[in-house]
Design a protein around this ligand. Structure first.
Ligand code: ADP
Ligand code: MG
Length: 447
């Protein structure tokens, strides 16, 4: 009965709430009738609760009463997921009684950042598979997917997910040996061990662990000796059913100069990608981050940031923090106008090292074409594609408007630019070669 009623109420609320908020905040809710006249709106996360209470709770009450329903109690409750239920249980078998008040996540020998948990990770269509896989691996290390390979662009949450896996496993069983390492650390420890003739200890250390988390494996390219050692470590652990999780900025076979025997092993388990979040997910992430930082941010400002900062989550988070702290320092409320001004200033800072010219130059060099041809109007495929990549880069990196880009590229119409940018966005999702072209140029621009 509550389901049908709730559907009706949501139907009436929808036109009163802006679209993205409806999708992000209200769609995932349900209504529970606890006892006659006692209702709970069940929501997935604390930031939903905050938003629902602040924005729509009185409206919901009224809509119920409009239907002649007597409302004695109406509250918002964060739904317990199976995972938090597990976390709420006392750790009986695994943990030592001495752990006292301190939770494992804060214990000194937990090397993981307590901020990066599965609970604080916002799930959208862009990362659903990677999240589900991380959850499975965290619950049943060595049993679900082994190895788990997560890939995606910069700042999209790969390290967050990996740390969350480590956090979760240690919380459930603090005795597990969980090693989180970057390729740089692994490489330098390996080289050091060679120099100090402590290679046996090195091998012992890495081959006796329960969970091996290796971040940014692409940096293993070109390091043959380390790859060899990594290969043996991988085999030893995998044969013993120890969990291995690897992240990279691209899928295994796209990583240049990585041995075939390694890339093929990375495909043994599950390969999951993380894409850029869409608008609704960006709004949800910003809401969650604001709540995490106990910031009360005007929904209009959130929407503004979500519209204008699209590249990655780190940038989204960074923009929100910049805006909030500057507003605080300047002792001004964080209004839309202030947000617009600050974000513009912030951007011109970020982009100082970049210029249209530099992007044109890099792209031309990458594709082996002349800058003049990119600026020109010839319609050959070999020229149209690099031209559209430049449009995309100017939009993505310099945040230029379509007319601005049209101007910069020799007086092209803004609809041509819009079409070009959208085409590259789509092709990047569909074809990794195109995604890699873009990534390679960005990497060169930032190096
Ligand atoms: P990557 O390793 O892919 O470059 P990170 O894991 O370092 O990216 O993420 C960058 C920042 O964005 C971190 O602060 C992280 O917490 C945050 N972040 C990324 N994705 C999400 C998400 N889906 N939900 C919440 N925070 C996220
Ligand atoms: Mg990372």
């Amino acid at each position: 009965m509550a389901t049908k009623l709730w559907k009706e109420i949501l139907g009436e609320l929808e036109p009163t709430v802006s679209g993205p908020y409806f999708n992000a905040m209200l769609k995932p809710t349900t209504l529970q009738e606890e006892a006659p006249g006692q209702y709970s709106v069940m929501v997935p996360k604390p930031y939903h609760k905050q938003w629902v209470e602040k924005e729509v709770l009185p409206k919901i009450k009224k809509l119920l009463e409009d239907r002649d329903i007597k409302v004695e109690m109406l509250r918002v409750v964060v739904r317990k997921t199976p995972e938090t239920e597990i976390d709420d249980l006392p750790l009986l078998s695994a943990s030592e009684p001495e752990s006292g008040e301190e939770t494992a996540a804060e214990a000194p020998d937990n090397p993981f950042n307590g901020k990066y948990t599965l609970e604080s990770f916002i799930v959208g269509n862009n990362n659903r598979l990677a999240f589900a896989a991380a959850q499975a691996v965290a619950d049943r290390p060595g049993e679900a997917y082994n190895p788990l390979f997560i890939y995606g662009g910069v700042g999209l949450g790969k390290t967050h997910l990996m740390q969350a896996i480590g956090n979760h496993i240690l919380r459930q069983n603090p005795k597990k040996k969980v090693v989180f390492t970057s390729c740089e650390t692994f490489t330098s420890e390996f080289i050091e061990a060679l120099q100090n003739k402590t290679i046996n200890e090195f091998k012992r250390k890495y081959r006796s662990i329960d969970v091996f988390l290796v971040d940014d494996i692409q940096f293993l390219a070109n390091k043959e000796g380390t790859q060899e050692e990594f290969f043996h470590t991988f085999n030893t652990l995998h044969q013993a059913n120890r969990q291995i999780v690897v992240t990279a900025d691209r899928m295994p076979r796209e990583i240049k100069d990585l041995e075939e025997r390694l890339t093929s092993r990375f495909g043994w388990g599950l390969v999951a990608d993380i894409q850029s979040p869409n608008f609704e997910t960006r709004v949800a992430i910003l809401q969650a981050k604001a709540a995490e930082m106990s910031l009360d941010v005007d929904p209009k400002v959130i929407e503004y940031i979500a519209t204008n900062v699209s590249t990655n989550v780190r940038e989204l988070e960074g923009s929100l923090i910049t805006l909030a702290t500057t507003a605080k320092i300047e002792a001004e409320p964080l209004t839309l106008a202030l947000a617009e001004r600050l974000l513009k200033e912030h951007r011109s800072e970020v982009d100082k090292s970049l210029s249209t010219k530099k992007i044109l130059h890099m792209a031309a060099a990458h594709f082996g074409v002349e800058i003049g041809d990119i600026l020109g109007r010839k319609r050959q495929k070999e020229l149209v594609y690099p031209r559209q990549v430049v449009m995309y880069l100017l939009r993505e990196l310099m945040h230029q408007s379509y007319p601005q880009i049209g101007e910069a590229l020799g007086g092209k119409d803004h609809t041509t630019i819009m079409h070009g940018v959208e085409k590259i966005e789509r092709l990047m999702r569909e074809q990794t070669t195109i995604e890699n072209d873009v990534k390679d140029i960005i990497a060169k621009l930032k190096s």
